[in-house]
Design a protein around this ligand. Sequence first.
Ligand code: NOJ
Ligand code: CA
Length: 537
Amino acid sequence: MTFKQGIFYQIYPRSFKDANGDGIGDIKGIISKLDYLLQLGVNYIWLSPVYASPNVDFGYDISDYFSINPEYGTMADMDKLIAEGKKRGIYFVMDLVMNHTSSEHAWFKSSLDPNSPYRDYYFHRPGKGNKLPNNWTSFFGEKAWSKNADGTYYLHLFAQNQPDLNWDHPMMYEEFKKIILFWLNKGIKGFRCDVVNVMCKTDLENGKNRLFLKGLEKYQSTPKNHMYLKRIHKELIEPNGAFLVGETVMINTQQANDLLGTESEKELDMMFGFEHMDADQFLVKWFKRKFNPDKFNRILTKWQLELPWNANYFENHDQPRSVSRYGSLHYHKESAKMLSTVLLTLKGSPFIFQGQEIGMTNVDYKSLDEYMDIETKNIWALAKKLWIPKFYRWHMIKTVSRDNARSPMQWDAKGGFSTGKPWLRINHNQKIINVEAQTDDGNSILSYYKRLIKIRQQHPVLIDGDFVPLVIKKGVFAYHRVLGNQKILVVVNMSSKYRKFKHSMDGEILLQNYPPLEMKRLRPYEARIIEVQNDQV
Ligand code: NOJ
Ligand code: CA
């Protein structure tokens, strides 16, 4: 099985399944659910970080890349997870953060001493007079510099406790080589590389004046960054038959193609772009506007046509739930199934985020205290400083907070995630939306996912076929996948209205999310996958 054939499933370990009752998901919990994932049809699991971490950014602040966060278990548990996965034909993709470490990492602690050999593993700089070393701002809405005890400053593009690593240091590659080989030797198949196109900075001069992310042009997809990705791919990834999935921020399709490299000099094997995630926002993600499905589908189409292969996703641990965002809670089942239809039939590797397969929704939290995410808290404080009224701040948090995706997995109507008190509150709608209720219901979202995954695996055209757009209009999205004389038509209605569809829908219906009535019109959120007969090709 290659990554092109595989179904990917992202686990956010803290919220997946708690085996020991402390309210925190763990590795033993994941092991206990491998059979569930096998039945779903999953081939690869992307594990959000399980490394040692003080959890300021819940694992994306790594304090030791060679050990497991004790809250999640031990290295022996991790080895067992990899082995149990392998028995079932399920392989792992580790999250790898190369842009920054935790401020608790031994390198950073040592670097605080100006004479340490680790000093230049990070960017420690004196201020300019009483000003910061430059005007850069962080991804979490703060200044990108924080003060050390000796009065100098260090750079962090994310939280204060996530100091940026200095890839100009000759040892940086060597350090990550050890880390990458350590995990490949354990049998993992690839890495999901966190914010992988901001690793190398050209210089530390002031950035252009912009509302958000001042400094971006100094570190986004720099030549050195490309050089290191090529080196990592050639020297570490290829010889081990592994692959890289990049999380790449603020890029267009041209930059995305550059980050794939060339046939002889590969960089990333596929990447998560953000352009479709931006379709419902105004300037920054915190200002949402009404979802415009045509805009969304035009962006998807552009990426389909302009990239040879995509890492397709509608959800992850940083994004709101797709059914709340692009679907409708009035048509919960229909719209969740419709979205899955697109996700699984686009060209590329589909990534399902835990809970998406049962249509989990955004959280129902009532106050800021219920949220745990650092970004959420920072943005609340920043918005307050900017005099954004409370009702609007609350709206921002409700619709955009990353905790929308991070609330614990809804295994059953009661305490299926944990016998203890979950670290983040479970959505009350677990009473209705849960795995147990959907398992034996042939009409459930979960059953639909299972059928869809089978269909994808039985039809090579859905993997290797070309993507040929047909309609993007008033929420209707239709396209063909074509391979030799095989042709599949996918038609969905991403709106809550009835819609006309003028093209032929003749052929064998492989799957649809409504009872099979002879209808020319598409019902709200309807989705159909039709195999077009040979003589109609
Ligand atoms: C992207 C990750 O997906 C996100 O969760 C994290 O906060 C940032 N990178 C920083 O590591
Ligand atoms: Ca636990």
